[in-house]
Design a protein around this ligand. Structure first.
Ligand SMILES: *[C@@H]1O[C@H](CO)[C@@H](O)[C@H](O)[C@H]1NC(C)=O
Ligand SMILES: *[C@@H]1O[C@H](CO)[C@@H](O)[C@H](O)[C@H]1NC(C)=O
Length: 410
């Protein structure tokens, strides 16, 4: 396509997003900056739709532009030693504090999983590289940032399994010794889809009879936790919010499981549950788990159950959505009881708010120690916006508070 054409499309996209979509709520700080940032994201999304429509490149392929644009080569600096390695065949970037002469004190470690809806993002994006360095310095920790494979090229469970392999590989005494890591002070953490993977891995590790070493804490930053009900109050309230509108989140979910567009359309209308997943709807019943202040004006109605959701067979996506490795909220309390201490960050202006709020509530009820930090003026993705020109104060505040929690709890 000609550059002029792209520019025209971007301009049209910017105008339609400005005029068509809801205004950004007053409570959000730096609204103009967010509006402009969002215009860019929406325009790219329109361009991606168009590109897919005319058969140039698929939607996620175009959206990957952001990931490539922000890509950096992670190199060592004065304080942080950086290496790119393979852990059990999976790419990781390892950040370590540079040892002071003769320093053999055991260190903490954070296994970090980037966001991007399982389809986008990379450990090698500028904001993730910066976050990893900050954790190394502020926590004197080793950070393992995982480059798991992405959908739609690699559907569920590949991204999850990549992460699980890395965690299992790292949590061996002999490997930890190589990195001078204290086996009792290891965290798993991630934002958005990375928070989903972090929660899933924490659960599966607990149930693994061969696993000796366990995680000390899990830190979930505006995590995605369930695919059964895509009409929670936060999905309804924030369906047109910047950065992650409902359509995009539904798209991520459906692409995680399948490239079949029928399933996407069923998810859009919240009619994608099958009899199999319907039995688990009780675990995401927001009228039961969501504190009233978050329920707002919305009335609960259980999602419609179709006999053949999205036309998929029993091995298809309707089975995957019921898998707790994809939807960690779908486990009984007994499976939550022995989970590591948790930090859950949620934002008011985020379709995923209620996923995080419900998980925090359920973990607490099961007896897990939980710190739930809710940002009343927060929006999805804010942690990634710490670099000029798209730097937001709230992103910096979130990062500081998250790291402070790790300082005290890891
Ligand atoms: C959800 O919870 C409410 C009570 O809070 C209950 O009346 C309703 O039957 C539940 N629905 C499902 C699908 O679990
Ligand atoms: C919820 O139910 C109440 C009482 O039945 C009704 O007055 C209200 O309009 C409903 N709210 C919405 C958003 O539908």
């Amino acid at each position: 396509m000609q550059l002029k054409g792209i520019f025209l499309l971007l301009s049209i996209g910017a105008f339609t997003s400005y005029y068509v979509y809801q205004p950004i709520p007053d409570k959000i700080e730096e609204r103009w900056k967010l509006m402009l940032t969002d215009c860019f994201f929406r325009s790219l999304s329109h361009l991606a739709d168009f590109s897919e429509l005319v058969g140039l490149k698929d939607y996620m392929g175009v959206m990957m532009f952001i990931t490539f644009a922000e890509r950096v080569v992670p190199v060592s600096d004065q304080r942080v030693h950086v290496t790119e390695e393979l852990f059990d065949g999976v790419e990781v970037v390892v950040y370590q504090p540079k040892l002071q002469g003769g320093d053999t004190e055991l260190r903490r470690a954070v296994i970090y999983l980037h966001g991007g809806g399982w389809c986008l993002g990379s450990a090698r994006m500028g904001p993730y590289d910066l976050l990893a360095r900050q954790m190394v310095i502020d926590l004197n920790s080793v950070v393992v940032s995982v480059e798991y494979r992405l959908a739609p090229e690699h559907h569920f469970p590949v991204p999850y399994e990549d992460v699980y392999r890395v965690v299992k590989h790292f949590l061996q005494r002999v490997v930890l010794a190589q990195y001078t890591v204290d086996p009792g002070r290891i965290a798993v953490s991630g934002d958005s889809a990375g928070g989903n993977l972090a929660a899933a891995v924490s659960q599966q590790l607990q149930q693994d009879p061969e696993q000796q070493l366990q995680l000390k804490v899990q830190a979930l930053l505006y995590p995605v936790l369930q695919a059964l009900d895509l009409n929670t109050p936060s999905y309804q309230q924030n369906q047109n919010m910047p950065i992650l509108p409902r359509t995009l989140m539904v798209r991520f979910w459906s692409e995680y499981f399948t490239s079949d567009k029928t399933f996407f359309r069923a998810m859009m209308t919240n009619t994608h549950n099958s009899p199999e997943s319907a039995a688990l709807l009780k675990f995401v019943n927001w009228s039961a788990f969501l504190p009233e202040s978050y329920q707002g004006k919305y009335n609960y109605s259980a999602p419609v159950v179709a006999l053949s959701a999205g036309g998929a067979g029993s091995d298809g996506p309707s089975r995957s959505i019921a898998d707790p490795r994809a939807s960690p909220l779908l486990v009984p309390d007994a499976a939550l009881r022995s989970l590591p201490k948790a930090y859950v960050l949620t934002c008011e202006y985020d379709v995923l708010r209620d996923d995080g709020v419900m998980y925090a509530a359920r973990l607490r009820r099961a007896g897990v120690e939980v710190t739930h930090e809710h940002y009343a003026s927060g929006f999805h993705g804010a942690l990634m916006f710490t670099v000029w020109p798209t730097d937001f104060l709230i992103g910096r505040t979130m990062t500081e508070n998250f790291i402070k929690w790790l300082q005290h709890n890891l």
